[in-house]
Design a protein around this ligand. Structure first.
Ligand SMILES: NC(=O)c1ccc[n+]([C@@H]2O[C@H](COP(=O)([O-])OP(=O)(O)OC[C@H]3O[C@@H](n4cnc5c(N)ncnc54)[C@H](OP(=O)(O)O)[C@@H]3O)[C@@H](O)[C@H]2O)c1
Length: 280
């Protein structure tokens, strides 16, 4: 790898693909590492991937929240243990790491948007493995920035928007939870912010999401309205759903800390979502 190259781990996933595109757009040299050629749980693969990298962006993760309840150890190996090893290697080589984490580290019981200083308390196995990754990375004492995201969607992966639209293929009557609140966030927006952070290489924990808050039900209504889709939509409660993993009700982030680093204000969630829907 050339010396000024950014290593994007998990670069073929939903976020990684948009990040790679944004790097191309901005003239940032990068190399993508992902399954099957690159396995983050393999220390040799990791060592090779980060050798000579100017920075590492870790988007690799075991992201199946439901499956993590029964397959906790494979998820922990990717989301937890491997991130600790990445930190140790990065510290040895003195490379800055930007690691992606999630709102699922919180229990969602707070009455206000979550700050970086709020204590995490994951309520499902996925959140526990992601919190372990954050902690192991910090314990490695490498130069690192942890960026927590929530409710992301993009063209290159399964997400709430694509799942919702898929459902309408068989069902014109849909129930969507109205008690989970957060900020829909496009991976294209996240990618732009990551590129900005790459230039500044800040250290510490940061929350990032599009501006404004909405319930899943209101988000679904916005999507069907914009697409002019005649769907009979009604609200329901999270407790009405049977699922393996418990979900936090409040995913709202306070993004003041990252806002202070960015030169532009964070765009409200409606604009990027509308643009995403137009290109579907
Ligand atoms: N999606 C959300 O709503 C959301 C919200 C908050 C935070 N996040 C975080 O955002 C980050 C990016 O997730 P995403 O949404 O882009 O998910 P994604 O599309 O599932 O991307 C994850 C990538 O990591 C790869 N991967 C899995 N196991 C690996 C391994 N052992 N070695 C190397 N690569 C491996 C996946 O490959 P395969 O596809 O082949 O498994 C995939 O390409 C994750 O840290 C996630 O926790 C996501």
């Amino acid at each position: 790898m050339a010396e000024d190259t950014v290593a994007i781990l998990g670069g073929k996933g939903m976020l990684g693909t948009d990040l790679a595109r944004e790097c191309t757009r901005q003239g940032i040299n990068f190399e993508v590492f992902d399954l099957p050629e690159f396995d983050i749980t393999n220390e040799q693969h990791l060592g090779k991937a980060i050798r000579d990298a100017k920075a590492i962006i870790n988007c690799a993760a075991y992201t199946d929240v439901e499956k993590t309840e029964s397959e906790t150890n494979p998820a922990y190996q990717v989301n937890g243990a491997a991130v600790g090893r990445l930190g140790a290697l990065a510290r040895q080589a003195n490379i800055w790491v930007l690691h992606i984490s999630t709102d699922f580290v919180f229990d969602g019981k707070s009455e206000r948007p979550y700050l970086e200083t709020d204590l995490p308390n994951p309520i499902n196995a996925y959140g526990k493995t992601k919190l372990a990754g954050e902690q192991l990375l910090v314990e490695s004492r490498c130069r690192c920035c942890i960026m927590r995201l929530e409710w992301t969607y993009g063209c290159h992966g399964n997400n709430f928007v694509t799942k919702l639209l898929k459902k309408t293929e068989t069902d014109k009557q849909l129930k969507v939870v109205d008690d989970q609140v957060g900020s829909p966030t496009a991976t294209t927006q996240v990618a732009k912010v990551i590129c900005r952070l790459l230039r500044k290489k800040p250290e510490g924990l940061f929350h990032f999401a599009s501006a404004g808050y909405v319930s899943r039900f209101e988000m679904a209504k916005f999507i069907f309205d914009k697409l002019n889709m005649p769907v009979d939509l009604s609200g329901c409660k999270t407790s009405d759903y049977v699922s393996a993993a418990v979900r936090p009700l409040n995913s709202r982030f306070d993004c003041s800390k990252i806002k202070a680093l960015l030169s532009e204000p964070i765009e409200p969630w409606q604009g990027p979502l509308e643009r995403f829907l137009r290109q579907l």
